[in-house]
Design a protein around this ligand. Sequence first.
Ligand SMILES: CC(=O)SCCNC(=O)CCNC(=O)[C@H](O)C(C)(C)COP(=O)(O)OP(=O)(O)OC[C@H]1O[C@@H](n2cnc3c(N)ncnc32)[C@H](O)[C@@H]1OP(=O)(O)O
Ligand SMILES: O=C([O-])CC(=O)C(=O)O
Length: 371
Amino acid sequence: MTTTRGLEGVVATTSAISSIRDDVLTYRGYRIQDLAETATFEEVVYLLWYGELPSVRQLKSFRQALAEHAEVPDEIFEMIKKFPLDIVHPMAVLRTAVSNLGIYDPNAEQMSREANIEKAIRIQAQISTLVAGFARIRKGLSPVSPNRALGYAADFLYMLKGSLPPDAEARMFDKALILHADHELNASTFTARVCVATLSDMYSGITSAIGALKGPLHGGANEQVMNMLTRIGSIEWVEDYVANALEKKKKIMGFGHRVYKNGDPRARILKEMAKKISDHRGDRHYYDMSEKMEKIIREKKGLLPNTDFYSATLYHLLGIDHDLFTPVFAISRTSGWAAHIMEQYNGNRLIRPRAEYNGPKLRRIVPIEQR
Ligand SMILES: CC(=O)SCCNC(=O)CCNC(=O)[C@H](O)C(C)(C)COP(=O)(O)OP(=O)(O)OC[C@H]1O[C@@H](n2cnc3c(N)ncnc32)[C@H](O)[C@@H]1OP(=O)(O)O
Ligand SMILES: O=C([O-])CC(=O)C(=O)O
């Protein structure tokens, strides 16, 4: 048996959803740059689930279905109110709450394609309401009811803040959701596929995926980027911080990638948006620190920013609390997880690799009184 640490380079499945080849990322054959420029998040979700971009009529009924399911059962917000909200991490709340959404879905255990599409719509519709509602509850505010006529991205910002976002900001957030929607066999998507390959249900798959996304080597890095920038505090300390981190062989959050070696195409688009909003706001504090950090790390270590690096500055300037950055990632990635779960069910086989044993040799049990 041969083992590969971290399964690097192992091709574990075929998939028709997204592809990364020569640093070009596509969803169903469309370049991510083109989708970010011309589509909305709802169109991209439709594309991921149905394989084609929607017509006007298809998009209308898809948005209608998302709108119909956007309310979260009161029981879930009541449950959240009982959590120790001053200490709990929002990703832990989300993991628990999404699992609970399954409890209130009468068709949670149905496994037909139609039932799974319906579940995917419910989860996608409810997850943004859930994150925004939680964010308000922990501040002692009431959740704001969804208004899906605004569009998915704008509605999230509206539910979060209780006021309509400027169009330009809603569009930037929409683009960010598109950029995070899917990414081939990343750790959380793989987790979702492993889970449902046992023929477990979609809620279990997405709950498992949220658990995997939470970690700082994956989606959790976007919050850690902002924590790092806040700790550094000022552009004049960036160089020292990087030198010290590299000397101590500490991982610098938001840099490096298992697959991209010449740069993450999403990071470039996010960088442009982070710059645009920083200039517009006249607040280049984090953008300038980030740009300096990028330059130094590129020179010293040859590492490039990943999607989590500039999304941190963008989300900060969009007024999103720092510990909600990863839940926001989960809102978007739910679309990719659901697409992969449905693809996995189609022609499923249990995912069960082997481990090369390196523990003690065969031995006899010593009776307990002689140990
Ligand atoms: C949405 C996403 O999930 S994108 C990724 C988000 N995660 C992060 O930003 C966390 C920081 N980055 C990392 O930890 C890594 O780059 C990962 C986890 C993304 C990829 O990891 P791997 O492919 O396993 O690379 P690995 O960790 O083995 O690193 C290879 C080498 O690059 C170095 N390296 C990689 N990333 C970093 C980093 N961010 N900071 C410092 N050094 C790094 C490693 O120390 C190692 O160096 P060495 O060969 O001198 O020992
Ligand atoms: O693909 C990966 O390993 C991580 C990543 O960038 C993502 O999930 O978006």
